[in-house]
Design a protein around this ligand. Structure first.
Ligand code: GLG
Length: 749
């Protein structure tokens, strides 16, 4: 049936109207139904083995356009709507973005779901359905405030399955409720994302704050995405959520496998489980326990699970490698403790690889590595660092378990959807093959004639215009589309060094006031949420917002620079920002950013990277060559050595010029508009601690960025760099990543 015909049918049945009589809300509802009806006709990939990708986060973004694109009816729907004077983009605004993740880790899981379905691989996701998600970020008095983010509105993509399981805790028992979401591949099959919720969850418990009352765990468990781990209550909530997730996962997997008639003694032939970071690690003891209920003996159950589970590490930051006090686990999940004890005892006795350490802490990653059959890092450098330093002791034990899987992104969302003009420009030159085979993008390098580049520039300019209109509409801020758009969008963290970017801007302010004139106007755009309890991260946001205001109120400065901090940065905002970027800021302290995936999205959309040799930047640099990327800063070896010798002191890097930059933070100008306590705290930290070494690289950052702004003046040569970046981005398709996971780890077919 034609799209228009089907839509007319739906609205006639639902609202007794014709399409042109419908409101935008009604059209949204009708499109949702149309999509679901179409999905019903897609087949689920079949194979003897099945993957279950367990993740505490799935940052899937809005689904309407993505699903329409993958079903191949996006253009038809657009045409149909425009025939009644409507725009698909207006309809899409009505959709709420699912708030099921923080950043890269969750977004990666979403890209993986898209690629699995696109490649026709039999793989489902399992996670949790947080009603108020992470949080909604507001700026008030130049500071971040957090409010709840109620995204679960009707009509919704979620289907109530009616499936539920019972989950026990030390002091209570709860019942789950499963909601399913279809994941449509590009012109291919459909998989499922299973989101477990609490039966009887009570949204009315949430007033203003994001507090967790443990005595109400049977009603509040899935209200938020593990919010505040600075408090004991927040940490305990995480344990509750994680166990709730994996217990449901284990029960679901066994239920499904039994239904398929599979012999649980051979579970490892039928099932593989990818543990996405340490949050789902308790799946190991839980699955062992559940297999024992099914009559499998302990030793055999351990063996089966060890051949079933594989673990992905996403960070070397110590605070993200979860450890839980033994007593906390014994209190919340006592049933797991005998198994964890056995796993601890059976693991090879090697210092630094203990599951339960001398201080009675349980190390989740240790359990994953001893009892998983694969452990992977997420970019080449990251995996090397895991092998040679962070997880060296484990690597010595299990060299064959270690492997690298450089991250990737889905080109359906991050190119076809976000940048339709660029997609058309590409297709006109190399045909449509790149949509399914991203490597074909390399053919583009040949198209570097003046006419090609002029068109490419026009596309970038139009995207910048669109972003300007959007920022004007949503934040009432006027931006200059002719300025360079320098964009840093990612979670706020000291290691990502938004503060170093800010110090550059302050340096520029001071230079301009002394008579220096930048080669080109620059708009510095930030988008970032800070974890609610991460004080210094919030201080950095505050300082950025103060500087934004100072520039805005200064007639000289605003001729040359502007700072814009985008409020409530999320997937939807990323989709608008990325196609408009000229400069991609990837300036983490070398060794700290495991991979990064924003770097890949920005490159694919023609931005040129300004970055350190960290994470996937290293691979980007190798692909595009040194003329098409701007690299600065100390190497990961140097940085790791500084930590090892504890010999980094910010004072060693403060000369008169840097001192003037730092002093600006607590200048009268800043303190009159800002909060002196916050600014002082940041100032003191940078002067005396600077744990993530912003001052180490500040000078080379300034020099490299100035060079970049200068080079932007030569439009044709800049656009050539942009073209090379687009052409070489094919490697970063998540289709490639998933093929590698499948080939090396999952072996689904
Ligand atoms: C992590 C890392 C990122 C990485 C992402 C996906 O910090 O560097 O790209 O996972 O692997 N916690 C994260 O977001």
């Amino acid at each position: 049936m034609q799209v228009s015909e089907q839509l007319e049918h739906i609205v006639a049945a639902q609202f007794e109207k014709t399409l042109d009589q419908c409101s935008n809300e009604e059209i949204y509802g009708a499109l949702l139904q149309l999509t679901k009806e179409r999905i019903c006709h897609c087949s689920h990939p079949q194979s003897q083995r099945k993957l279950y990708y367990i993740s505490a986060e799935f940052l899937i973004g809005k689904l309407l356009s993505n699903n329409l694109i993958n079903l191949g009816i996006y253009e038809d729907v657009k045409t149909c709507l425009s025939s009644i004077g409507k725009q698909l983009s207006d309809i899409e605004e009505l959709e709420y973005e699912p708030s099921l993740g923080n950043g890269g880790l969750g977004r990666l899981a979403a890209c993986f779901m898209d690629s699995l379905a696109t490649l026709g691989l039999n793989g489902d996701g399992i996670g949790l359905n947080y009603h108020f998600g992470l949080f909604h970020q507001l700026f008030k008095n130049l500071k971040q405030y957090e409010t709840k983010d109620p995204w679960l509105k009707k009509p919704s993509w979620l289907e109530d399955t009616g499936i539920s399981f019972s989950v026990e805790f030390g002091h209570s028992r709860v019942t789950s409720h499963l909601y399913d979401l279809d994941v449509v591949g590009y012109e291919s099959g459909v998989n499922t994302l299973h989101l477990f919720d609490l039966d009887g969850v009570d949204e009315s418990l949430v007033k203003e704050g994001i507090d967790f009352d443990e005595s109400l765990v049977d009603r509040n468990l899935t209200l938020f995405l593990y919010p505040d781990d600075s408090t004991e209550a927040g940490r305990r909530l995480r344990v509750y959520q994680e166990y709730f997730m994996v217990s449901n996962a284990a029960q679901y997997i066994l239920w499904e496998q039994k239904k398929l008639g599979h012999d649980l003694h051979h579970l490892d032939q039928y099932v593989c489980i990818q543990i996405n970071d340490t949050h789902p690690s308790m799946i190991i003891p839980e699955l062992i326990r559940r297999l024992m209920f099914e009559g499998v003996r302990l030793k055999e159950a351990i063996k089966i699970v060890s051949h079933t589970c594989a673990y992905t590490n996403h960070t070397i930051l110590a605070e993200a490698l979860e450890t839980w006090p033994y007593d906390t686990l014994a209190d919340i999940v006592p049933q797991l403790m005998p198994i964890i004890e056995v796993l601890h005892m059976l693991a090879p006795p090697k210092a630094g690889t203990e599951i339960i350490d001398d201080q009675q802490n349980v190390h989740m990653a240790s359990m994953d590595i001893h009892y998983g059959y694969s452990i992977n890092g997420v970019a080449a450098l990251h995996t090397e660092i895991l092998k040679t330093s962070e997880l060296k002791n484990f690597y010595e034990l299990y060299p064959d378990k270690f492997n690298n899987k450089t991250n990737g992104i889905t080109f359906r969302r991050w190119l076809l959807y976000t940048n339709p003009d660029l997609s058309a420009w590409i297709e006109k030159r190399i045909g449509p093959g790149f949509k399914k085979n991203a490597d074909e993008l390399t053919k583009l390098v040949a198209f570097d004639q003046t006419e090609d580049l002029t068109e490419l520039k026009a596309i970038k300019d139009a995207n910048k215009q669109r972003l300007c209109a959007y920022i004007e509409k949503t934040q009432d801020i006027h931006m200059d589309p002719n300025s360079i758009f320098d964009i840093q969008i990612k979670r706020l963290h000291e290691y990502k060094r938004q503060q170093m970017n800010l110090l550059y801007i302050i340096w520029l302010i001071e230079q301009i006031r002394k008579g220096y004139r930048p080669n080109h106007k620059v708009t510095f755009i930030f988008g970032a949420k800070a974890a609610p309890a991460y004080i210094l991260a919030k201080d950095i946001i505050h300082a950025i917002l103060c500087v934004e205001t100072i520039i805005e109120q200064d007639d000289l400065l605003k001729q040359y620079i502007q700072v814009v901090m985008v409020e409530n940065y999320n997937v939807t905002k990323a989709e608008k920002l990325i196609p408009a970027a000229d400069i991609s800021e990837q300036i983490s302290l070398a060794s700290k950013e495991a991979s990064g995936t924003g770097n890949m999205k920005l490159m694919l959309n023609g931005a040129v990277t300004l970055g350190t040799m960290d994470g996937a930047n290293v691979e980007i640099a190798n692909l595009v060559g040194k003329d098409n990327i701007y690299i600065f800063g100390q190497s990961s070896e140097t940085v790791i050595a500084h930590y090892a010798h504890a010999d980094y002191h910010p004072q060693d890097y403060i000369d008169a010029e840097v001192k003037a930059v730092l002093d600006f933070l607590i200048s009268d100008e800043m303190v009159t508009i800002g909060d002196a306590t916050c600014l002082q705290r940041l100032y003191q930290d940078l002067n005396h601690k600077d744990w993530f070494m912003a001052l180490l690289d500040l000078k080379s950052y300034i020099a490299t960025k100035n060079q970049m702004i200068k080079d932007y003046q030569d439009t044709e040569s800049w656009m050539k760099k942009s073209l090379v970046n687009i052409s070489m981005a094919g490697f970063f398709s998540s289709d490639r990543t998933i093929e590698q996971y499948n080939h090396d780890i999952w072996k689904l077919d």
